[in-house]
Ligand binder design. Structure first.
Ligand code: NAD
Length: 579
């Protein structure tokens, strides 16, 4: 956890804090200061980047020590420190290739979930800013525009370049998501950021391959009619994303939309706006024409204004099922296209013949990864009765060993939840489970600042209890025993959601057959969280509409135009004379 810094150069100064590491190893201690308008004290964070020799010892690219200070005197240290990652961060809206304040100069504050302190303030876009962004996106994609005329090869190069730049700026991007979301830095650095880069590289392969077809007419003359299908970009895309994987979620929407030739207005979550702004900077550096990507930071109101905007041709939304419903209502007004990646309550089935240590590790990873704040969290566990106690005990042991802490601490396994409100919501599920007679292990909030919640395992809950039926979106696992295969499948499918599911068994035939019966967009066998830009991803029923990634993910941003040319009938005979 971070420690407060006192006098400059004193025993708890950044330098001495960093004294935890040999001075030669500290190559960069950026200062992150920011103005918190409603906070009387300037706030500064110090972070340490360690030398490559140290990094390799630790197995990840950046380690950090964080301290929050309230005295300007401490900033004297910056004379010999490199500039911070936040100081050169834009905090304004990105519209038409320019950084611009919100029309009404409103601001939005982002907090550090691991301390509860203000992290940064960014512009808070209103309806008029959304108008400007949609207009810029519309103009940038118009026929004859630079983007419209760009060859598939050139578009592909820009996408690869964005992927490369994400890789080059990986430390900084990981740091932003770590500070903004609370997730462990090493997770952001090894997971979110490379995944975001991979999406751009993968999608860069599509522009040159988006061919249509020649269609032989079924009822007409094959020689008289030339019929073609032509894939065309859907137009202006509103991309609205949540806070749990801020950079990756933005990439998952922006990259396929650009591959299809669309233009985009991206609305990051109000809790985590920073990496989307950094991504906009990188797209500029990569040579994306102005207006092709626009970023409007703001809250649900900003998202609603964007979703309702008549200049938007397609809405791609990732977030809660409840907001998904309101997106559908907004789109229904003039029938704009919609892709929805919504919530989940994903079941994981462990059969008695499974490799049990692997199943226990897999089940723990399925629910506790990213603080349980993943849409595909394996939050319902069904275990064959003869091994139920052993499997649950193994998962409880693993949960108890998870180290909660500041994401900058290299020993941290699990960061805080996103906000105080969200933690209160998670704890209320646990309270009601206990009140209903369930046994709950873990789930206690530690007595430290920040929005931490220890991982929890619930057994003996009423199958109709909210903790079993509803998406908790936190590190809360509900476990129940089953006796037969049919019962396991029925319990797994008894949910309004259908995003992901898992099966642990040594029997490939059983795994395949159960996998086919499970109502979920993705079924993992003896694994969890295996995602790839080439794999279509999405849900059924309350988990959403459509697929992201793979060819299906690009198709979601294309319209199919059918062109039919009646060439007339020609008599075979003398060649036509010159006219
Ligand atoms: P949320 O629905 O509250 O917010 C998501 C985004 O929508 C944010 O940018 C928010 O500002 C915006 N928004 C809020 N109200 C809006 C409105 N009325 N109109 C338009 N936009 C609006 O979700 P969240 O709390 O940020 O994220 C958690 C949820 O996201 C969970 O339910 C989780 O399962 C889901 N999720 C799904 C996937 C998936 O791929 N299926 C992935 C990650 C998260």
């Amino acid at each position: 956890m971070g420690q407060p810094i006192g006098e400059a150069g004193g025993p708890t100064s950044p330098a001495s804090l960093l004294g935890k590491y040999p001075v030669k190893d500290v190559i960069n201690t950026p200062r992150i200061s920011h103005h918190a308008p409603r906070c009387s004290r300037p706030q500064t964070l110090y972070l340490a980047t360690l030398a490559p020799s140290v990094k390799s010892d630790r197995g990840y690219a950046e380690a950090g020590i964080c301290a929050s200070v309230s005295r300007m005197s401490a900033t004297t240290h910056t004379d010999r420190l490199h500039l911070s990652c936040l100081e050169d961060m834009p905090h304004e809206l990105f519209i038409g290739g320019k950084w611009t304040p919100a029309d009404n100069h409103r601001l939005l504050t982002s907090f550090r979930p691991s301390t509860g302190e203000t992290l940064a303030t960014v512009a808070h876009a209103g309806a008029s800013d959304v108008n400007r962004a949609v207009a810029a996106a519309g103009a940038a994609g118009r026929p004859g525009s630079r983007w419209h005329r760009m060859s598939p090869a050139a578009r592909s190069r820009v996408l690869h370049r964005i992927g490369d730049l994400i890789g080059e700026h990986a430390d900084r991007l990981a740091l932003l998501d770590c500070l903004d979301n609370g997730k462990p830095l090493r997770v952001a650095r090894a997971g979110d950021v490379p995944a975001a880069a991979a999406v751009f590289h993968y999608m860069a392969g599509w522009p040159g391959r988006l061919n249509g077809e020649h269609v032989p007419l079924y009822t007409g003359s094959p020689e008289r009619h030339l019929a073609l299908t032509v894939p065309e970009p859907v137009g202006v895309v509103a991309a609205i994303v949540p806070w749990n994987f801020p950079l990756y979620m933005a990439a998952a929407k922006v990259a396929p939309a650009l591959a299809a030739g669309c233009t985009v207005v991206l609305k990051p979550a109000e809790q985590t706006p920073l990496s989307a702004l950094a991504l906009a900077q990188l797209t500029q550096e990569a040579g994306l024409p102005p207006g092709v990507l626009n970023v409007v930071t703001g809250d649900g109101g900003t998202g609603a204004a964007l979703a309702a905007h008549p200049g938007v041709d397609k809405i791609t939304f990732t977030g809660s099922t409840e907001v998904g419903r309101s997106i559908v209502r907004a789109a229904a007004v003039d029938f704009r296209r919609v892709t929805l990646e919504l919530g989940g309550k994903s079941p994981n089935i462990v059969f008695g013949d499974a490799d049990l240590p692997r199943a226990m590790a897999g089940a723990a990873h399925a629910i506790f990864y990213n603080q349980g704040e993943t849409c595909v969290a394996g939050s319902r566990l069904y275990v064959h009765r003869p091994v139920f106690d052993e499997v649950v005990a193994g998962i409880r042991e693993r949960a108890a060993a998870i180290r909660l802490g500041d994401g900058l601490d290299r020993d941290t396994d699990m960061g805080p939840l996103i906000s105080a409100e969200h933690r209160a919501r998670v704890l209320s599920y646990l309270r009601s489970a206990r009140d209903g007679g369930a046994q709950v292990s873990g789930g206690h909030p530690p007595d430290t600042p920040g929005f931490f919640c220890a991982p929890a395992v619930v057994t003996g809950a009423d199958p109709q209890a909210p903790v079993v039926r509803e998406e908790v979106f936190g590190p809360v696992l509900v476990a129940e025993p089953f006796d037969t295969v049919q019962e396991a499948v029925a319990m797994a499918n008894d949910s309004p959601y259908g995003l992901a599911a898992g099966v642990f068994t040594r029997d490939p035939g059983l795994a395949h057959q159960v996998g086919r019966r499970l109502r979920a967009g993705t079924v993992w066998i003896n694994s969890w969280h295996v995602l790839d830009p080439a794999l279509p991803f999405g849900g059924m029923r309350a988990s959403g509409w459509g697929r992201e990634m793979g060819r299906a993910g690009v198709d979601a941003f294309l319209e199919t135009k059918t062109l039919v040319n009646d060439l007339g009938s020609h008599q075979w005979g003398p060649a036509p004379a010159a006219k």
